[in-house]
Design a protein around this ligand. Structure first.
Ligand SMILES: Cc1cc2nc3c(=O)[nH]c(=O)nc-3n(C[C@H](O)[C@H](O)[C@H](O)COP(=O)(O)OP(=O)(O)OC[C@H]3O[C@@H](n4cnc5c(N)ncnc54)[C@H](O)[C@@H]3O)c2cc1C
Length: 284
């Protein structure tokens, strides 16, 4: 299948890209790795009149450490996340999550910014970004703002980004105390999460849970934080009975998806099982 006709721009600066985006408004669409947008265009579910390719804008694919955070450019590919020594040492959850995405070709092209901006309900990185308490930088011709990951994903393929904004960076707080893990039940053909859980866990020496953050994906129309589970675990020793009791609440008040990959009951079951497994993996 071929996409409908479109004009193509490859701006060489962020300023130029922002100018094009405000000129073409809803007719324009940003292109990063093209791994989600191009398939939609081929199916003609997306028909942008103008594509604005971010690929030639310098410095949007860097990974840098600041005082107590790591700042990652939006165009950083999944493969770069996987292979970054800095991330492996300071924020292993991101390489671990990126490794589970699709296949090598997808990981070589797909980007962190594209994954977040696309807000696929079965995408892997939104769950980890949420568990990590990241902030997302949105830039427009009018200025810039930071959006908390928890406020960023609004629903199916919908985020807090305004039509004239470009996601440029993701900032992740880092701490040596945090143990992390991401585990998913993957859809066999493409690798997307039927249910996926990311955990950031801060354990005291005696095994008491000082703090925990859980990002869940694949289960409903967007990634979410499992606050109810977190509340049950904070300040307590994580024995098997408590983990099972807490995980039972992972889909409470959540409108669980139902599709060819799983019924509501099956997905809820997977979410509970993967919550427990991910916490145990982080502890281990
Ligand atoms: C076969 C296959 C298997 C896959 N398997 C998985 C998987 O297992 N797990 C998973 O999580 N994902 C999977 N993906 C999706 C993949 O991770 C994509 O890379 C990702 O969803 C989109 O990133 P992209 O850079 O390709 O974005 P694009 O496709 O270029 O863009 C996606 C959307 O985001 C917008 N956008 C892109 N960049 C920005 C920006 N900087 N600011 C604002 N808006 C922006 C675009 O306008 C578009 O609407 C798979 C894809 C394929 C084709």
């Amino acid at each position: 299948m071929t996409p409908a006709a479109f004009d193509y721009y490859a701006p060489s600066s962020l300023k130029e890209a922002l100018g094009l985006l405000s000129s073409y408004k809803e007719d324009g669409k940003l292109l990063a790795g093209g791994q989600s947008l191009v398939p939609l265009m081929k199916l003609r579910l997306a028909r942008p009149k103008v594509l604005i390719d971010l690929g030639r804008i310098p410095d949007l694919n860097t990974i840098a450490e600041r005082a107590d955070s790591i700042v990652i450019g939006a165009l950083t590919t999944h493969a770069q996340l996987e292979s970054s020594d800095l991330l492996r040492t300071r924020c292993p959850l991101l390489p671990q999550t990126a490794t589970t995405i699709g296949d090598v070709q997808v990981r070589n092209q797909g980007t962190l910014g594209g994954s977040l901006a696309h807000s696929d309900p079965a995408g892997d990185l939104p769950a980890s970004i949420m568990a990590l308490g990241a902030q997302i930088k949105a830039v427009s011709a009018k200025g810039e703002r930071w959006i908390k990951a928890e406020d960023f994903f609004l629903g199916l393929l919908t985020t807090a980004l305004e039509p004239d904004e470009i996601l440029t960076q993701v900032k992740i707080p880092v701490s040596n105390r945090i143990k992390t893990a991401y585990l998913k039940a993957a859809q066999k053909a493409a690798g997307f999460a039927v249910a996926g859980v990311a955990v950031c866990l801060d354990l005291a020496h005696d095994g008491t849970c000082r703090d925990i953050a859980l990002g869940v994906t694949g289960v409903t129309d967007k990634a979410y934080r499992a606050h109810k589970v977190e509340q049950k675990l904070r300040g307590k020793k994580l024995d098997s009975r408590l983990l099972h009791e807490a995980a039972a609440e992972v889909t409470d008040s959540i409108d669980v998806n139902e599709d060819i990959n799983g019924s509501k009951e099956y997905r809820s079951h997977l979410a509970r099982v993967y919550t427990i497994r991910a916490i145990l993996a982080a502890q281990g």
